[in-house]
Design a protein around this ligand. Structure first.
Ligand code: HEM
Length: 203
């Protein structure tokens, strides 16, 4: 497994570059096929690290990215527990996933993937995993950077046009919040009524 970072790029970005970049893409696809590109919860930690490293993610980025499991549920790993979430606050984008994976949770609906438990305990990833326990600011910052890297994989970012300005400035969820937490029932009702949370009137 090469340690060389790989940043797949698009075709045809100027004279003389197309052929070289096509080769890069082909190598990337071939290696992905050999490795089995998708991470699997049965994969040992070194293999998971290799798969992410092959897409140029650092250990820290990978550990930050799997924090997305804070909003996830499993369906197929254990079909008997279809719909179980990975932490007890599945509707909230928080760092409870990290703490609960390490320390456990009394919520019997929480399901822990072997890969997450292994990453929490492995000597190569343990420190990064523990970094985010009760540490929302660090996770927010690292997740933002890693997610940007993930969402631009395969693109040459210098040729992308930033169209963030067409996004709404912020989403006011005050009217959907009870005791500081967005209420899933109110959110669902508002989404049904207005089409998207950012269209909900703020007062
Ligand atoms: C070590 C790497 C990873 C492994 C082994 C892994 C594995 C899994 C598995 C097995 C599921 C449950 C699938 C099912 O039964 O329905 C799942 C769900 C999910 N994963 Fe990952 N994952 C990894 C990394 C990531 C990353 C990098 C992200 C995004 C940044 C992510 C986001 C999610 C989300 C949002 C769900 C929930 C989907 C849903 O609720 O339907 N995962 N993951």
């Amino acid at each position: 497994m090469t340690a060389q970072p790989v940043w797949p790029v698009t075709w045809g970005e100027g004279p003389g570059k197309g052929r070289k970049q096509a080769h890069k893409d082909q190598d990337f696809l071939l290696r992905g096929k050999q490795l089995g590109r998708l991470p699997n919860p049965d994969n040992p930690v070194p293999l998971l690290l290799a798969k992410f490293a092959d897409m140029s993610f650092s250990v820290r980025s990978m550990v930050a990215l799997i924090g997305a499991h804070t909003s996830g549920k499993q369906r197929f790993v254990d079909p008997a527990r279809n719909g179980s979430s990975f932490d007890s606050t599945v509707d909230i984008w928080d760092v409870d996933f990290y703490g609960e994976t390490v320390h456990g949770t009394p919520d019997s609906n929480v399901f822990m993937l072997d890969s997450d438990v292994n990453i929490a305990g492995n000597t190569s990833t343990r420190a990064e995993f523990h970094r985010y326990i009760n540490n929302q600011p660090d996770w927010d910052e690292d997740y933002r950077a890693a997610h940007f890297q993930m969402s631009t994989l395969g693109y040459n970012v210098t040729t992308l046009i930033n169209c963030t300005e067409i996004m709404p400035a912020s989403i006011n969820l005050t009217t959907l919040t009870i005791n500081g937490t967005v209420d899933p029932t109110l959110l669902e009702a508002a989404t049904q009524k207005y089409g998207a949370p950012w269209l909900v009137p703020s007062s």
